[in-house]
Design a protein around this ligand. Structure first.
Ligand code: ZN
Length: 259
């Protein structure tokens, strides 16, 4: 048995980015630990969704624990920073948020968990944080430094396959349909930079159930959940990573291989 620590910026990122590898590792008998930098304080919620007097942060923490259970997580930790909001927003500058945090200080907090858990594998994000959100970019910087401090042997940068998204968007458009994120949003990395492709089709049901647990953020009629099962499995049934020292091309199909 080995230990996978998976590091994320906000509640719900874990199931979208790594839900498959988390449930897969748990099913194979590994320990899975989820660390989230912020409580997603700046998420938007529809009027009337929260109960009178209920605050969004409390709700998002509860949703994270519910999703974590579905994904087979044994331990959930929040690093205690606040959400920085989208790039360019005034909230980027608020002290105490993750974006303005010292990388060294945040990495020390995460490294303490990695050391305590004797983590074998850590997942972070690519250097653009998948799509440029400041807290996601910070997950990359803090995560890599924490792995260095703790001596964590394997680090995978969770990302998306940009070429594949572009192809699917073009195909959808040819059918007169919409697909996924807007074209001007640079998502993930070019296929040529990816080194690990994990087939998580078998865990698509768990991944979807975990997304549903984040009901304050992922609506039933959202792009994520509105897809019929086969389309969902196609869109979310593969998780892509970059690991330094691997490649060129896909050289791994399992982030827990050999452990
Ligand atoms: Zn996020």
């Amino acid at each position: 048995m080995a230990t996978l620590v998976t590091f994320h910026a906000h509640p719900d990122d874990e199931c979208i980015q790594c839900g498959g590898v988390m449930r897969k590792a748990a099913d194979e008998g590994h320990r899975v630990v989820l660390v989230v930098a912020t409580r997603g304080e700046l998420g938007e919620v529809e009027d009337g969704f929260l109960a009178p007097g209920e605050d969004l942060t409390t709700r998002r923490v509860a949703e994270t624990h519910a999703a974590a259970e579905i994904l087979g997580v044994s331990r959930v930790e929040f690093l205690g920073y606040t959400d920085s909001g989208m790039m360019g927003e005034p909230t980027n500058e608020i002290p105490g948020n993750f974006w303005t945090a010292s990388v060294e200080e945040a990495a020390t907090r995460l490294a303490a968990i990695l050391t305590e858990e004797s983590a074998d594998v850590l997942t972070v994000y690519d250097d653009n944080g998948g799509y440029g959100h400041p807290d996601h970019i910070q997950v990359h910087r803090v995560g890599l430094r924490a792995a260095e401090l703790a001596g964590t042997p394997r680090v995978y940068q969770a990302t998306a396959n940009r070429d594949e998204i572009d192809e699917r968007r073009a195909a959808a458009r040819a059918q007169g349909e919409d697909f996924g994120p807007p074209e001007d949003m640079k998502i993930g990395k070019p296929a040529v930079e990816l080194t690990a492709r994990v087939d998580v089709t078998a865990y698509a049901g768990a991944k979807r159930a975990a997304m549903r647990a984040h009901a304050s953020q992922i609506a039933e009629d959202s792009f994520f959940l509105a897809l019929p099962d086969p389309a969902f499995a196609l869109a979310f049934g593969t998780e892509w990573f970059i690991r330094d020292g691997q490649g060129p091309g896909i050289t791994e199909t399992d982030i827990m291989a050999g452990l």
